[in-house]
Design a protein around this ligand. Sequence first.
Ligand code: SF4
Length: 518
Amino acid sequence: MLRVFQNDLSDPDHFLVTLELVPGRESSGRAIDTVMDIAKDAFSDGRISAVSMTDNPGGNPSLSPDVLGSRIFQLGMDVIVHFTCRDMNRVGLESRALQLAMMGMKNILALTGDYSGRGFGGQGAPVFDIGSVHLQILLGMLSERMAEAGDPDEFFAGCAVSPFKQAEGECFAQYAKLCRKAAAGAKFVITQLGYDARKFEELIRIMDRRGLKLPALASIYVLTPGAARMMHNGGVPGAVVTRPLLDRIEAEWRNKADGREAAVERAARLAAVVKGLGYKGIHIGGIHRRFDKVGRILDRFEAISDQWTDFLPQFDYPQPGGFYAFEDGAEEPDAASGFGQRHVHLGFLESAHYRLHKTAHDVFFNPQHPLAPLVKKAAAALDTPKREHALLTILEDPPKKLLLGCRRCGDCGIQHVGFLCPESDCPKHTRNGACGGSDGGRCEVFPDRPCIWQRAYNRLSHDGKADALIHDCVPPRMWELDQTSAWLNFHRKRDHQSASTDIANRCAAGRCQIGKFP
Ligand code: SF4
């Protein structure tokens, strides 16, 4: 296996550069030749630590990053494989990880993944059996198994984060999940795409203050008007291009040659800014034809990186009404905003829904409650197939279907998400925090709905308990309990909260330890 990326990442004096490549939809021909040519030129250039290969970007089918990555790997160029949870269940993911290990490709970018796009005959089934936090744990456990079998090279898995969120709850959910990913074993973090230096700085400051010692790579995309327009219109989940930036890019590209020069200059200047802010490197995207543009960005970056403070004001593209955890220019956190510590007002229905479930949970699912021995006895008495069926159809299903859209997963996770259902309310079934695709607090997949993590944040903040979102690592749903009574499974200690599986233990051990943000 190659260790260029790992070694460069651990070298304190090295500012590293990775390059994102997108395998096309064909298995041969010009698109593949182009990607291979870019990779060859990147290798010859010598300044690229690794190329990263996207995994069915946008949820649409493309050539496997594993097979194209392996060709590039054979050139001697180190590779980071994007690894999403969208298209395979945990069995398939483990199998794919083993395959990558056998091929020697162990640098992984572990992602929840964009939602499913269109494939043969229509939209693909979204799997999302586990999430990115679970994937980190899975890769860690596989590494141990591989070591026992005589392979000392473990997976080197990193994660993504988006500091470019607009609403406070979204920002909180991103940083809280980053902490869970770090606790689960992430070795590096790559940001989503944005052009707001204050947000880039916010991430570094929050990680510093909370002891999250992950080397961070900043995404830098070489923007054309087409790409900028698509991102501005929400076509790339999580990427943020504001209206003023789009206007500027469109003006620059009135003359194409000027536009190209401006795109290279913007990328070089942003690289200088993020280096000055303390990023460990940059992750360049938007290169689809030739490597020489990357070479020009890097030449220019090397020439101007000392002047980074001059360029800071050029990356001032806030989202309208966007939240910041720190006052502009202030050393100390903004005491007035009190990131994550503010009381959030809930509407009547939202408050009633939350209170009802919280109260029911405190009475019937709390081992410390005076009624707990009685409830436990009742559960034992009801624990036969016939009685369970009666319990489900008469008592459990009707209110849960009505109030939560319950799908009878048998392994209830509402208590981890502010008493919202991760199966019915989140299309990616996230149990450990938000995916990166929310936009303005709304769901990536159903923009007419708020993201459940935004709602969970509001509910918990209402009680002054938003920090609860930081700590837990919630084990994956136990599919063996599907279509059974979640109430009985809890009281009979069969669900994820009592399971003593390896992953549950690891999840508990890998609890995020930081106290509060920022
Ligand atoms: S509800 Fe939130 S976490 Fe779930 S898919 Fe939508 S944006 Fe992502």
